[in-house]
Design a protein around this ligand. Structure first.
Ligand SMILES: [Zn+2]
Length: 131
């Protein structure tokens, strides 16, 4: 008996879909990883916390991750500093800006690869019409 599968469940389509989804997930994981490092750097030096950020900084990180998950640009995302959409709550936006200002230059010393990656991405054109 021949079992004809509908096109949408073709194994190749499944693999591609899976690849796209996991690439997007990896991208966002990398974004979060960089963010975690920046907040960690700031908190360690400014709030004199140890290896774990203080509860305020941890809450800010959790909030930022949620914003990233909901970012409408997905993998086309510009760096947050260049994003035309202001998705942070105003008080948290001020806070994250302060952290970026502090941690940005220091990233070259502590996490040069993340810093270089960020510079390359910040030169990317900002998508004009997000879906
Ligand atoms: Zn802190």
């Amino acid at each position: 008996m021949v079992n004809l599968k509908p096109a949408s469940s073709h194994p190749l389509l499944f693999v591609w879909r899976h690849k796209i989804i996991s690439a997007l997930k990896n991208f966002m994981d990398k974004e979060k990883d960089t963010l975690r490092k920046m907040i960690g750097l700031y908190c360690k030096k400014q709030h004199h916390s140890g290896n774990n950020p203080c509860s305020d900084c941890q809450a800010l990180f959790n909030y930022a991750c949620k914003r990233l998950d909901r970012c409408r640009f997905g993998a086309d995302k510009p760096t947050c500093g260049k994003c035309p959409v202001h998705c942070y709550r105003p008080n948290l936006r001020g806070k994250i800006k302060e952290i970026m200002r502090y941690a940005g230059p220091r990233m070259f010393i502590y996490h040069p690869l993340d810093a270089i990656r960020h510079i390359i991405r910040s030169r990317k054109k900002v998508p004009t019409n997000p879906s």
